[in-house]
Design a binder for this molecule. Structure first.
Ligand code: IMP
Ligand code: MG
Length: 173
């Protein structure tokens, strides 16, 4: 339990970046309502802040998925733990995710929402670690591209800890 956390992006920096993302997404949506899907639990802080910075009508929905496999390596198989409340058929879906690592989670969700008949599916991720990619997934909006480090805070956890840190930090174990 000698974990040290090094600040990577301060609360003010993250806040400013989310405002930029919200403005860019709103401009692209041009008044259309969006079905904002928050991927629990990691994206909860990000999705709520992003929703606050969007100027189009936002319908918020929540989904919880988990990947089979051990803690450090996902197996690529994703399972729905909690599904959305509402159908996405004909909707403009925007998935809010905390971080894209292997890309397996988002690859699964993209396929799933397309199968369900969404009008279109876009991805907004607060963070992306492209060096770790296994699945072919490209996000439409990314907060920060980061190297292969383990980050916590702003919703991201290490064994369920540190989600509530108001900034993004690198965990040195
Ligand atoms: P993927 O399916 O491998 O892209 O996994 C994405 C999920 O892994 C994220 O939603 C996070 O919950 C978790 N994850 C990946 N990298 C990190 C990290 O650096 N810190 C905390 N969680 C992470
Ligand atoms: Mg997650």
């Amino acid at each position: 339990m000698n974990e040290k956390i090094r600040m990577m992006y301060s609360e003010a920096q993250v806040d400013a970046r989310i405002r930029e993302l919200g403005a860019a997404i709103s401009a692209d949506l041009d008044g259309e309502e969006v079905h904002l899907v928050c991927v629990l639990k990691g994206a909860s802080f990000f999705a709520c802040e992003l929703a606050k910075r969007m100027t189009v009508p936002v319908y918020m929905d929540f989904m919880c998925v988990s990947s089979y496999g051990n803690d450090t390596r996902s197996s690529g198989e994703v399972r729905i733990v909690k599904d959305l409340d509402t159908s996405v058929e004909g909707k403009h879906v925007l998935i809010a995710e905390d971080i894209i690592d292997s890309g397996n989670t988002l690859h699964f969700l993209l396929e799933e929402f397309r199968k369900r008949g969404a009008a279109d599916v876009k991805i907004c991720a607060l963070l992306s670690k492209p060096d770790r990619r296994e699945a072919d997934v490209t996000a439409d909006y990314i907060g920060y591209v980061i190297p292969d480090v383990f980050v916590v805070g702003y919703g991201l956890d290490y064994a369920q800890k540190y989600r509530n840190l108001p900034y993004i930090g690198v965990l040195d174990i």
